[in-house]
Design a protein around this ligand. Structure first.
Ligand code: PEP
Length: 263
């Protein structure tokens, strides 16, 4: 791995702020945002919190090149469930690894919704990533109606158990979980810090029951859903919240850096 940290046994719980640029920007704009974030980041030398930027595939290389000497990590937004071959348009986990891409978002609600991604498919993607030393950022979260019917814990439990609980203890330690209530993504509605804390504590309890206390305690669990400069500090102050997966606000270098500094 290029930066030599952040993957392979997250043997203490890491604070992380990851930006998901989604399908935004052209090449020049992406380059400018990378450069602005790097200017703000300066010569930070701390490995904790970790900053991860997840641009669209075509901009990954400019990201890994520009951040090569820095402790900023680059992540992809998706990966193929196949290892390689005749799958036109797909990008394999081995390709990501060969480009020094250290992280990859999987199971984002936009992919579950618009591309009908099932828990079974996401499970295969997680496996591909782990086999190729790319750390999955596994997203889970309930829809608004599910929360209104009191089903949020049941939904998150199924998503996690269906896509992750086949993993061994050693494997699951190389993964990050992002709790993203679907009703809060891109809507301006944010879970309250207490709602986020409650779900994160629940996820940690699931991990403890399935694996053990060490796995549960070491897992970085990020909150995502309209996290911004105004609410990040309060959300990140909760004991079970280890940082954020940031969509819209990650397109503003100033806002993203401010959120990164919100611990
Ligand atoms: C996301 O895309 O994962 C996300 C959390 O988006 P936003 O911050 O825009 O709600």
């Amino acid at each position: 791995m290029n930066n030599g940290f952040g993957f392979v046994n997250l043997d203490m719980r890491k604070k992380i702020v990851a930006g998901n640029w989604k399908m935004n920007l052209n090449f020049q704009e992406a380059e400018e945002i990378f450069e602005s974030i790097i200017d703000l980041y300066g010569d930070e030398d701390s490995e904790n919190p970790i900053m991860i930027i997840c641009p669209p595939y075509p901009f990954l290389e400019v990201g890994t090149d520009l951040t090569d000497e820095l402790k900023i990590c680059i992540g992809a937004q998706d990966v193929s469930s196949h290892s390689g071959g005749a799958y036109t348009g797909e990008v394999s986990a081995a390709m990501l690894d060969s480009m020094d891409v250290e992280y990859c978002i999987v199971g984002h609600s936009e992919r579950r919704k618009h591309f009908n991604e099932s828990s079974a498919l996401i499970k295969e993607k997680v496996e591909q990533l782990l086999e190729n030393d790319v750390c999955p950022i596994f997203c889970c979260g309930e829809q608004l109606e599910e929360r209104q019917h009191g089903k949020e814990f049941e939904v998150v439990k199924s998503q996690i158990s269906e896509s992750l609980f086949h993993l061994s203890k050693d494997e699951i330690e190389n993964l990050v979980i992002a709790y993203e209530p679907v009703w809060a993504i891109g809507t301006g509605l944010t879970a309250t810090p207490d709602q986020a804390e409650e779900m994160h504590a629940f996820i940690r309890k699931l991990l403890k029951e399935k694996y053990d206390e060490k796995v549960a305690e070491n897992m970085s669990i990020l909150y995502g859903g309209s996290c911004n400069v105004k609410n990040a500090r309060e959300i990140f102050s909760k004991p079970n919240v280890d940082g954020g997966l940031i969509g819209g606000a990650s397109l503003s270098p100033d806002d993203f850096y401010h959120i990164y500094k919100s611990f």
